[in-house]
Design a protein around this ligand. Structure first.
Ligand SMILES: Cc1cc2nc3c(=O)[nH]c(=O)nc-3n(C[C@H](O)[C@H](O)[C@H](O)COP(=O)(O)OP(=O)(O)OC[C@H]3O[C@@H](n4cnc5c(N)ncnc54)[C@H](O)[C@@H]3O)c2cc1C
Length: 390
């Protein structure tokens, strides 16, 4: 087994002979978070792949240009590990506007929910840095170049790693004929801590506030048909900004793209099993290895972080005589997570499909529906609380 020097505590742990309790395959945000959570439980963890980009890293992106909308539950998980990014790298969203394609609008407000924020927009590279720094000080976690023998293997390789299939997991995939284009923009007007979203002609554009409460920079995510994504990706910066200004009705004035842009394929993925044992070796899936959802409501990583927290809690509270690979224990984790993930995935899918339906009849129905929803009181409150993870 190879140890990578300079990451985690592999360098210091050389010669350590205690066997690994858990092997985590894939060191994205979910894998790193899970490693830290299990390390806190004094389990010995091998984390595979921190310095080895896997096949799912988009070739057109160097530094990840995305910013994630994370809810209060995810914030609590990351804060418990002291890896929540500081100040300008995590901007609180206090208002949200969702615009339909024929005058329908829904407004959310943190104050109405009795909350500090509806969500936080987190700079992805900043969060990754916080996690990597924390791993350096967690002696229970060792970074490895190859998978190790352990009582339990957790696959966190995202949606494109090969380990899931090698374990015999079958996945059902609905490939949206869309890609999401993402990047960073400077705007004429301040964002006023408002997240804005437009649904139009089957496309979805989100403007996410960044750089603190008074900032005037945003991250955008634009889901468009594959062919249009290729055209938009090929545009010079100024022309792409013009397209964004038109689609957003100049809501934040003139826009200036800075840094790279990237694009990602979009799919809904469900797996037939989250846990199992292969040749007597126990395994579990977490994060995008277990599910992917359309990013229209920014829920994918929130679900993955909850997987990590629930798996850790399931292990922590196990009966003293159950081993880490105990099949009943692992099924508890699967049961606890599957229904939550299915509900979120179906809601995202339903919304995407509803706004993709052509024709003025559907347009009227969905926009009336939005206005009705905006005045629905208890229902709106419930939906907001679900999205906020509270
Ligand atoms: C455009 C877009 C916007 C999004 N916005 C949001 C948002 O606002 N909020 C939100 O909650 N979610 C959002 N998501 C979803 C979010 O990106 C994912 O849910 C999240 O990144 C999943 O994390 P993960 O660690 O499970 O997987 P990944 O991020 O895919 O990480 C997997 C890791 O495993 C590694 N790996 C793969 N194969 C191997 C291998 N064979 N060996 C070793 N390592 C391997 C990879 O290199 C990677 O480091 C968005 C997604 C997209 C596409």
């Amino acid at each position: 087994m190879l140890l990578r020097e300079g990451f985690c505590t592999g360098f210091y742990n050389r010669g350590m002979t205690r066997p690994f309790d858990v092997c985590i395959r894939g060191a994205g945000i979910v894998g790193r978070t899970l490693a830290l959570l299990l390390g806190q439980q004094r389990l010995r963890v091998g984390l595979v792949g921190l310095d080895a980009p896997g096949p799912d890293v988009s070739p057109n992106v160097g530094r990840d240009v995305r910013a994630y909308a994370l809810n209060a539950r995810s914030k609590a998980i990351l804060e418990s590990l002291r890896v929540w990014p500081n100040g300008a790298d995590a901007t609180a969203v206090t208002h949200m506007e969702v615009h339909g394609d024929a005058g329908g609008t829904v407004f959310f407000n943190a104050q109405d929910q009795g909350a500090e924020a509806l969500s936080w927009i987190v700079d992805v590279p900043a969060l990754e840095r916080c996690l990597t720094d924390a791993l350096r000080f967690q002696p229970q976690v060792e970074c490895l170049a190859e998978p190790c023998e352990a009582a339990l293997t957790v696959v966190c390789e995202g949606n494109a790693g090969g380990a899931r299939e090698a374990l015999g997991v079958r996945s059902t995939v609905f490939a949206y004929p869309q890609r999401a284009i993402a990047g960073r923009l400077r705007c004429d007007h301040a964002h006023t801590q408002t997240a804005r979203q437009w649904f139009r002609g089957g496309e979805i554009l989100a403007f996410l506030p960044m750089a603190g409460p008074d900032g005037n920079s945003i991250a955008f995510v634009w889901s468009v048909l594959n062919e249009r994504a290729a055209d938009l990706m090929a545009l010079p910066n100024a022309a792409l900004c013009q397209e964004l200004e038109t689609f957003s009705g100049l809501a934040l004035g003139h826009l200036e793209l800075f840094g790279d842009r990237g694009s990602w394929p979009l799919q809904l993925t469900e797996v037939d099993r989250w846990v199992g044992a292969e040749k007597g070796k126990a395994w579990a899936l977490a994060g995008d290895a277990a599910h992917t959802v359309h990013p229209l409501a920014g829920q994918g990583l929130n679900l993955g972080l909850e997987d990590a927290a629930v798996l850790t809690e399931t292990i922590r509270t196990r009966e003293y005589w159950r081993g880490l690979g105990d099949s009943r224990l692992l099924r508890r984790y699967e049961r606890a997570r599957r229904a939550d993930v299915q509900r979120t995935a179906l809601t995202m899918h339903g919304l995407q499909q509803l706004f993709a339906l052509p024709g003025s009849g559907w347009q009227t129905v969905r926009n009336l529906g939005m206005n009705g929803f905006d005045h629905s009181g208890v229902i709106k409150q419930w939906v907001a609380q679900q999205a906020m993870g509270t």
